[in-house]
Design a protein around this ligand. Structure first.
Ligand code: 5AD
Ligand code: SF4
Length: 523
């Protein structure tokens, strides 16, 4: 090899190793490929707007632009990182406002009715932009749930892609562009001359990716635009086969399917090489993981990720109590990089209600899992999800949930009012709880949990915790840190010893609040 190609390869290698562009406070990182060159994932405002293909050849200058907004859970957030990577690899550049984009994409959540409504409000708010030739895409759970009905409800939408169909996005984008080009020719009034700064026409284009529940494919992509340069997600299992009576997820995310442990570990190593130190394994039921090659159990995979050179913290979410084995606690005991925090949604403290919810465990079985965690070598911080006002929930059932909170002493509870969802078995249940009563129960529960957290967080005053430095709060002049137990620990540090973002420092806890700790960095 000689001349420009040598120079180019050297530059590309440097890019892979060192370059991370600060784009409106989002760090877009370079994903190295097997050949050691790399893929440049950049946004519109970046100094360098060319997209490299896997062989390091410049294939396109970013011209088309997209805006993406994500609703919902961490799975959706991480899906969006992959969607962003895919769009950039297809020659799009990311912008931060709907008005600046050619393609406006919403990655949606339908877990509760409110989340679903938000998306339709957002679509209505920006409908006027269609006249400028902008295209709209709806991705994620609402897309899967509503399917082509979205086109009726929001006719300005051109693309609907369910969460089980993301791997088809590149082809869908090609179709969208082909139809846009044809449409622009067919509707000269909608071109830049007639309708504004449009690169797309606004005729009725309808592109769908709506694989059904039976798909066994995961959304594995080499193009992931991770937004944080130190902590990153890896999806290890998609979909859900549990069919809890209230939950729409099995209908929107398809059947349970796991990636091979080999591919998960390859991604973890790749991230470690890029400088990531904190990895969070994701799945709707992360601990229902089944290696398709049968090489590793979930606990073994967890331990193996924790042993990857350079990785300092490994988290996992969300766990299902039914599949929560003692081997997970044993792995946490054995591998110090596995964080001492487990999120284990209980939903209700009443066995009768757990049965109606089809949760597949009793209060006693749940408590047994908590007992395993409480006997761990390190104190494991436990958090949970609770639903109040499920159909037929009596005052006694609710009291049992409150007593469970007292008994367990959670460090955090995400509590929700039951929301009826399409297709779910709970729709057929009688004895709906009135909205005001749901609100009352939610308030009582949150009040009780706040008291518990006040007492629990106070216990840390006087102790020293290691935190990863995540940010700086300018108005408060405080650094923002996260402990291994996933607690926020805000702290001060003298200006000569200002810590680096992503570094790990020791902090002495001096104060506490219901949801966070306060401290001073040790020097
Ligand atoms: N209504 C209210 N909360 C729900 N969740 C899931 N489905 C519903 C619903 N229909 C909650 C559960 C779950 C969390 C992610 O959302 O607590 O653990
Ligand atoms: Fe929904 Fe239950 Fe599956 Fe969790 S386990 S995603 S709550 S159906």
């Amino acid at each position: 090899m000689s001349g420009p190609s040598v120079v180019f390869e050297a530059i590309a290698k440097q890019l892979v190793k060192f370059l991370s562009c600060q784009v409106n406070s989002r760090n877009i990182r370079f994903i190295p490929l097997d050949n050691g060159v790399g893929t440049c994932l950049l946004a519109a405002e970046c100094c360098h707007r060319d997209i490299l293909n896997p062989t390091g050849v410049i294939v396109a200058s970013a011209q088309k632009t997209f805006y993406i907004e994500t609703f919902g859970c961490q799975m959706n957030f991480h899906d969006s990182e992959k969607v962003v990577g895919t769009l950039i690899s297809e020659g799009y550049a990311q912008v931060q406002r709907e008005e600046e984009a050619d393609l406006i994409v919403y990655n949606t959540c339908s877990i509760r009715d409110k989340a679903e409504q938000k998306v339709f409000h957002r679509l209505a708010d920006y409908k006027k932009l269609q006249a400028q030739g902008k295209r709209f895409g709806v991705l994620g759970c609402v897309a899967q749930q509503e399917g082509e009905k979205i086109f009726e409800r929001a006719p300005h939408v051109s693309m609907v892609c369910g969460s089980a169909s993301y791997r088809n996005l590149p082809q869908m984008l090609v179709q969208l562009e082909a139809s846009s080009a044809a449409d622009t020719t067919a509707h000269p009034a909608n071109t830049a001359q007639g309708g504004g700064a449009a690169s797309f026409g606004n005729g009725l284009v309808r592109i769908t990716g709506l694989d059904d529940r039976q798909t066994d494919k995961c959304f594995e992509t080499e193009f992931t635009a991770r937004t944080n340069p130190h902590r990153g997600y890896i999806t290890i299992i998609e979909g859900c086969d549990k069919f809890c009576a209230y939950c729409v997820v099995p209908f929107t995310r398809g059947k349970e399917r796991s990636r091979t442990s080999a591919s998960v570990l390859a991604e973890a190593r790749q991230m470690a090489d890029l400088g990531y130190t904190d990895i969070q394994l994701l799945g709707q039921n992360v601990n229902s993981y089944r290696d398709p090659e049968g090489k590793k159990t979930f606990a073994e995979l967890l331990a193996a990720v924790g042993e990857v050179q350079g990785i300092k913290r490994v988290r996992f979410t969300t766990s299902h109590p039914r599949d929560f084995g003692r081997d997970i606690v044993e792995a946490i005991d054995a591998v110090s990089t596995l964080c001492d925090h487990v999120h284990l949604p209980v939903q209700s403290g009443s066995t009768r209600l757990l049965d109606a919810m089809q949760r597949l465990y009793t209060r006693e079985q749940y408590l047994e899992r908590i007992a395993w965690m409480k006997s761990a070598k390190r104190e494991i911080s436990i958090t949970t999800d609770v639903i109040v006002g499920f159909p037929g929930e009596t005052e006694t059932d609710f009291e049992q949930t409150l007593s469970l909170l007292d008994q367990i002493g959670y460090d955090g509870v995400f509590s929700f009012k039951y929301s009826a969802r399409p297709n779910t078995p709970a729709l057929r249940l009688d004895d709906a709880i009135p909205e005001e009563e749901k609100s009352r129960r939610l308030e009582v529960l949150m009040g009780r949990q706040k008291e518990i957290q006040v007492a629990r967080y106070k216990k840390y005053i006087g102790t020293t915790c290691e935190v990863m430095v995540e940010g700086f709060n300018e108005p408060r002049r405080q650094w923002i840190g996260r402990t291994s137990q996933n607690k926020t620990l805000n702290f001060t540090a003298c200006s000569e010893a200002a810590p680096k973002l992503g570094s790990y420092v020791q902090v002495r806890v001096t104060g506490s609040f219901p949801n966070s700790l306060l401290g001073e960095m040790m020097v």
